[in-house]
Design a protein around this ligand. Structure first.
Ligand SMILES: Cc1ncc(COP(=O)(O)O)c(C=O)c1O
Length: 413
């Protein structure tokens, strides 16, 4: 059941009335459901049954410490995409062996940090990066566990900006070159070659591309075994989509079953890195109506106090998010272009949304923003980073206070 639902006409998060949070914490504020985070992590874990697996939550989706601690308590490990995310993972209580480091363009200091910490595996993006990891490990007198990210040239059937598995994309090494690169890495001083990694895109709502990508790395692993290269695991990345608009999406169990079915003949352990499917449905953004601008054609702009600086996805990808008042009403619905206050015409949350005409000061909720919402927010137009609230067991508390202008200026001369 969705965490955010109307109860006797009032929008709630796991039983907590959202208008209470808006009144007390102010707006814009992200609200997260701890119960949903736990349930989503556990759904991934239980989907594997007794097949060897590890679920590494992709921190890029939402790395608020409170969120990460809940994921950890629910049994999820982590996928970090930067030195900063590694640091957050450590501070949330993870051991280095719980962390997978991915990411295009790892800097020398990020590589050194991962190598000296001894993370579970570094997913290398190129032959050159493997060399740099090896050199770093040798100079630190250690061995780094590495996997190679494969670009299988498979279309993810999702928005082009979150599609990552075609040769035109910057990610991974072309599958045709992977065998030779992996063979060179295996046995290279400083490296323990342990796996293959693939992530072809995000918000995938069909299982076929995922099945194809899994089959491609299974085949490559088989070839490498024939070459005498020992592969311990296959990391099939993240990518499972969520329902932003009531469209039917695969269940977590069906997604995991598809992966296991493809990999089982190899007997290799499976890693997955879900982000959106864990955190997306767990979050809503509360924002207040600050202006209503009537147009000559009878339509109107509803201007919120949150815009692309708080939630970038609609501007960045034209992403759809449901927008709803906090109280159900039978009032006539009118066409509203829901926009933010930022000085960009692309600062739009939703065009032509049929809503009861709000009043100034009313609070609206933008739904399914737990992933790639807060983490992509910025100080554009000197907006403070919004507050974040966790709802847990019928109570709520602020897990990140709203930024102040002093916070913003603290790093400036
Ligand atoms: C390497 C990698 N793993 C995991 C993820 C998480 O993907 P998602 O949020 O779609 O599950 C991403 C997202 O871009 C990624 O690049």
């Amino acid at each position: 059941m969705h965490a955010f639902r109307f109860d006797a006409g009032i929008l709630t998060c796991d039983g907590v009335v959202l208008s209470t949070i808006a009144d007390r914490a102010g707006t814009p504020t992200y609200v997260y459901s701890a119960a949903t985070l736990r349930e989503r992590v556990r759904a991934f874990i239980s989907g594997f049954g007794d097949y060897p697996h590890a679920v590494h939550y992709a921190l890029k989706a939402n790395s608020n410490l409170a969120v990460v601690r809940i994921v950890r308590a629910a049994g999820g490990l982590v996928d970090a995409n930067s030195g900063g995310e590694v640091e957050v993972a450590l501070r949330a209580g993870y051991a280095p062996a719980d962390i997978v480091l991915t990411g295009v363009g790892k800097t020398p200091s990020e590589i050194k940090k991962a190598v000296t910490l001894g993370v579970k595996v570094i997913n290398a993006e190129s032959a050159g990066e493997l060399e740099r990891i090896a050199d770093t490990a040798v100079s630190c007198q250690t061995t780094a566990r590495v996997a190679l990210r494969i670009n299988p040239n498979i279309a993810a059937d999702t928005h082009p900006h979150i599609s990552t598995g075609l040769v035109t994309h910057k990610f991974g090494v072309p599958i045709a070159e992977a065998r030779a690169i992996a063979r060179r890495a295996d046995g290279r001083p400083g490296l323990a070659f342990v796996g293959l990694h693939v992530h072809i895109g995000s918000q995938m709502v069909g299982l076929e591309p995922i099945r194809e990508a899994a089959a491609a790395v299974v085949e490559l692993a088989r070839e490498l075994r024939d070459d005498g290269v020992r592969v311990e695991h296959l990391d099939l990345g993240g990518g499972l989509g969520i329902s932003y608009d009531d469209e039917t999406v695969p269940l977590v169990q069906d997604y995991v079953a598809t992966l296991v079915e493809a990999v089982r003949p190899s007997g290799l352990a499976l890693i997955v890195e879900p982000g959106r499917a864990v955190a997306g449905p767990a979050g809503a953004l509360l924002a207040s109506v600050v202006d209503i601008k009537h147009r000559l054609d009878g339509t109107r702009f509803v201007v919120l106090d949150a815009g692309m600086s708080e939630l970038m996805r609609p501007t960045l990808y034209g992403a759809y998010h449901r927008i709803t008042p906090l109280t159900e009403s039978n009032a006539e619905r009118v066409s509203c272009d829901v926009v933010g206050p930022i000085c960009e015409s692309s600062d739009v949350f939703g065009i032509g949304r049929m809503l009861p005409l709000p009043a100034i000061g009313d609070v609206m909720a933008v739904l399914d923003v737990g992933a790639y919402g807060s983490t992509m927010s910025s100080n554009y137009n000197r907006h403070p980073l919004p507050a974040e609230v966790m709802v847990d067991d019928g109570k709520w508390h602020v897990v990140r206070r709203r930024q102040t202008i002093d916070d913003q200026l603290a790093c400036e001369e």
